[in-house]
Design a protein. Structure first.
Length: 190
């Protein structure tokens, strides 16, 4: 297996684990819902991303939280909370140490490590370091841009096929280098 494929798979594993081995993950929680669909709607409209609370030991199970983070240091999470509260769009937002990650809950507790391995084997991750601050629609601090894609097959009329790399459009998914926060911006309004 080529080195780049192993590196990309390792990066996906680290992203899924939140690169939290040996450290705490602090999140700013702006909403918590019983329904994943409702949480995703709120995240799309107000920012953040959806975290299945089953993935962390210190979160209430069977919920879906709209979060900012994870932050390795509670001070960084508190700073983000203060910024969000200055806008008055996030009443009730708070910082929470999520505890240890429970990777076994990744697919609702019904998956096996083989399913996770198969999915990770199909994803191609491209990480591009960026200086930040180039425009209002990107993080102002240095960051890593994350692009996901997968190999698909485009069928020809003669019955043959051709492999095609297809991008997964997640909007902007970035990792802030200074804090480790994962930011997800679907559309830039500026």
């Amino acid at each position: 297996m080529p080195r780049t494929h192993r590196l990309h798979r390792a990066v996906v594993v680290l992203l899924i684990l939140g690169s939290s081995a040996g450290r705490a993950d602090h999140f700013v929680i702006t909403a918590t819902e019983d329904s994943k669909d409702l949480a995703q709607k709120k995240a799309a409209e107000k920012g953040g991303w959806v975290l299945d609370t089953n993935l962390y030991a210190a979160l209430t199970p069977k919920k879906f939280s709209v979060v900012r983070g994870p932050f390795a240091r509670p001070g960084d999470a508190q700073q983000e909370l203060k910024f969000l509260q200055s806008d008055k769009r996030y009443p009730g937002a708070y910082v929470k140490d999520a505890g240890e990650i429970r990777i076994s809950a990744l697919f609702g507790g019904k998956s096996t490590p083989a399913i996770a391995a198969a999915l990770l084997g199909e994803l191609h991750v491209t990480l591009t370091e960026q200086p930040g601050g180039g425009n209002p629609c990107e993080p102002q601090d240095p960051y890593v841009d994350v692009q996901l894609s997968f190999m698909s097959l485009e069928r020809n009329a003669d019955g043959t096929g051709q492999a095609v790399l297809r991008k997964i459009d997640l909007g902007s998914l970035t990792v802030i280098k200074r804090t480790g926060e994962i930011e997800h911006m679907r559309v830039c309004w500026e």
